[in-house]
Write a protein that binds this ligand. Sequence first.
Ligand code: COA
Length: 172
Amino acid sequence: MLHPAASADLDDLAAFLRTADLTVAALAEPAVRLWLERDDAGAVTATTGFELGVDGEHALIRSVAVRPDLRGAGDGLRLARFALDRAADAGAREAWLFSRRSGGFWQKLSFGPTTTRALAGALPDAHQVQLFRSTGQLDREVAWRRPLPLSVPVSVPVPVPAPPSARASFTA
Ligand SMILES: CC(C)(COP(=O)(O)OP(=O)(O)OC[C@H]1O[C@@H](n2cnc3c(N)ncnc32)[C@H](O)[C@@H]1OP(=O)(O)O)[C@@H](O)C(=O)NCCC(=O)NCCS
């Protein structure tokens, strides 16, 4: 079960994120909200979270990871939805994230591609943005966005009613 990360969790959380090749920047910052799950032995099995921008309108989803031996069972989507729901609960109207390797995963949640410039413009103070700017990594990143809440899909086509003649042929 997910529980909010406490200061006592931070070392384990950082080690888990490093193993998943995710950034460990600013894990203890108040704007960064993180949750984790542990197995019966106490080992971290999954993490998720977001950073709310200073305007409260934009959220940077981050730290969504599942332990490798547990992947492919739907936990990734569950964790991502959890972070999106909590970001919407916090008032965010738009979700953003960096992902170079998992774009197909995020597209399942109706994220669409955007530019790192747009992301950095929406979330200039986000710790990942500042880190990637300072290291020159920002231009090598891949950015994604979608509106919140989750009940607002971005990529579902609106059905167009067929003209009467076409409708007649469907029902014949
Ligand atoms: C990305 C990640 C969280 C997915 O976790 P998971 O538990 O395997 O995800 P799910 O089982 O919920 O997968 C749901 C769907 O997404 C697909 N998917 C999973 N990882 C994917 C990826 N990297 N790229 C494209 N599609 C992916 C699955 O095939 C599955 O598709 P299906 O429903 O058509 O079968 C996991 O691979 C991970 O921890 N990766 C390392 C950290 C990372 O890159 N996090 C994302 C950036 S924050």
